[in-house]
Design a protein around this ligand. Structure first.
Ligand code: HEC
Length: 171
């Protein structure tokens, strides 16, 4: 990873936490809580530890899930010769949990946030066709306002050639 990119990751990540602290009115930006996402397809998992540029924003253990349309998008990345576009109504969920360490194991703890990207080229034209949102796991309240959503997109722009999606499907 290039150093400038690392630094911009850090700045964006910090802006991100600041925004997480300011709840906004429910349901005002259009991204819906992804009901039933635990039955979506599993994409990959990762543990982010202290020292990683994303630690402040999303430290802990996360699993990524995708609905069927988003799975088509991931398959397109694998097959791509050019720029990939995910279809409208693709949904990717970043399920963030605490990483609990002990007994020489790392296990899943309490859910910290349900983080979502939902595709709708018209509705979210300002942010690459993706609606970005973070839900409070306790009451499913959306936590991000427009400014915070722009911060999410600012970092995801680094993945422009794969339609702003960073992750790859683990076969
Ligand atoms: C500083 C950079 C950065 C910021 C800011 C950021 N993300 Fe991400 N995001 C990433 C990276 C890197 C991954 C890939 C994680 C992985 O591979 O497990 C990712 C993955 C995701 C995914 C899974 C799809 C994908 O692109 O792989 C979702 C959903 C997501 N982020 C939503 C958000 C939301 C919502 C926000 C704003 C609160 C946000 N992100 C802010 C860097 C960022």
């Amino acid at each position: 990873m290039r150093l400038e990119w690392k630094n911009s990751l850090r700045v964006a990540a910090l802006a991100c936490i600041a925004s997480l602290a300011i709840p906004v009115a429910a349901g005002d930006d259009g991204v819906r809580y992804p009901e039933g996402f635990r039955l979506f397809d599993h994409v990959k998992s990762m543990i982010i530890e202290a020292g990683h540029p994303l630690f402040e924003a999303v430290g802990g253990l996360h699993h990524l899930y995708a609905n069927k349309r988003a799975m088509d998008g991931y398959a397109a990345i694998e097959a791509a010769n050019g720029t990939v576009r995910f279809k409208d109504r693709s949904v990717i969920v970043f399920d963030l949990l605490q990483d609990v360490r002990g007994g020489n194991a790392i296990v899943e703890g309490a859910r910290k946030a349900v983080i979502v990207m939902e595709k709708d080229d018209k509705a979210y034209a300002d942010t690459g066709g993706w609606g970005f949102q973070v839900f409070d796991p306790a009451n499913r309240t959306p936590l991000l306002d427009k400014a915070a959503q722009a911060q999410c997109f600012a970092c995801h722009q680094a993945a422009a050639s794969t339609d702003f999606v960073f992750s790859r499907l683990r076969p």
